[in-house]
Design a binder for this molecule. Structure first.
Ligand code: AVJ
Length: 314
């Protein structure tokens, strides 16, 4: 809560104004993101599901999994596990020797996932881990068992390339040579496809973005007039980054009581709330260049919209 207040203040005092995308995910934000994943325009979910459904054998081969030797399958931010279940089912039915460790900050999400997995894949060994990714990885590190890390859904795309390098490097410090990282990323493609994924016709993404102001209103006693701000997405294929902004439609002042300050907005002034980076091989190579990982395989969906890169810890 205190870091929330501090980061909101920092972001709104900056020029241009920014707010961190990690704060989208309160209860309402979680629900809106589920809706986003189910909408026709948000192709990312279905593209990666296509890989997990139809290229399962390739994934298993690329991850170099053997039935004889035990490994830990660790997922960062497991969500509802729809994609992962495709892989888990196959591994269980073919008698691979492993435990599944879904890590999530939300105890509630983990409880729901565990219950669902119990009924859907009875023979799967699930060891839910509630907490921060790196704190959990640090505790798992001691056992030295071979590890496969799953980081799906292009979640890495909310980070700048510089921070993505740092993140992947840090994952490497919790692994041993031969361990693997399966990194799911959205690929750079035409704005006709990417644009609508971040600006859907029903306004769900707009509500998701604006919910950040609603959260500030609720948690920091602010008076953002939600009718005087609007969702403004931007994407150009050359850069390959979908960006979300909230634009003030009028000149206005917003008071945030918990901060003890007021903030001025010009008509048309934007708050930058999110980047969703899209990738290609060159960018991935550049991002992992200063980490202890090498690129082993790339597995794409049938439309080549999305890629699961297999990286080996060197
Ligand atoms: C959860 C970070 C992968 O950037 O595509 C969806 C979040 N933002 N619509 C993405 C999001 C707007 C999503 N990630």
């Amino acid at each position: 809560m205190n870091t929330f207040k501090k980061e909101v203040q920092q972001g709104l005092e900056a020029n241009p104004k920014t707010l961190p995308s990690k704060y989208f995910y309160d209860k309402k934000g979680d629900a809106l993101f589920v809706e986003i994943m189910n909408m026709a325009e948000y192709y990312l979910t279905r593209s990666e599901l296509d890989i997990f459904k139809n290229k399962t054998e390739e994934l298993i081969q690329a991850l170099d999994l053997n039935k004889g030797s035990y490994f830990e399958l660790i997922e960062l931010g497991a969500g509802d596990g729809t994609k992962t279940k495709e892989l888990l089912k196959k591994l269980v039915h073919e008698n691979y020797n492993f435990d599944y460790f879904p890590i999530d900050i939300s105890a509630n999400a983990l409880a729901l996932l565990e219950q669902d997995l119990k009924t859907e894949i009875a023979d799967l060994s699930v060891k839910t881990q509630q907490g921060d990714y790196f704190e959990v990885l640090d505790t798992l590190k001691a056992n030295k068992n071979p590890k496969i890390i799953l980081f799906l859904g292009s979640n890495i795309g909310n980070l700048t390339d510089e921070l993505a390098t740092k993140f992947i490097y840090k994952l490497g410090t919790n692994l041993n040579p031969g361990d693997k990282l399966l990194l799911g990323v959205d690929l750079i493609k035409a704005k006709e496809i990417v644009g609508p994924a971040y600006n859907d016709s029903k306004g769900i993404t707009a509500a998701f973005n604006i919910n950040l102001l609603e959260r500030i209103n609720k948690q920091l006693e602010a008076n953002f007039n939600l009718n005087q701000f609007e969702h403004q997405p931007e994407y150009n294929e050359d850069e390959g980054i979908a960006k979300s902004f909230i634009t003030s439609t009028t000149k206005q002042t917003v008071e945030i009581k918990a901060i003890g300050k007021s903030f001025q907005f010009k008509a048309g002034e934007k708050i930058h709330t999110e980047i969703s980076r899209k990738y290609n091989d060159k960018l991935i190579q550049k991002i992992i260049a200063d980490t202890d990982f090498s690129l082993a395989r790339k597995i794409m969906d049938s439309k080549a919209y999305f890629a699961d890169y297999i990286l080996n810890r060197t």
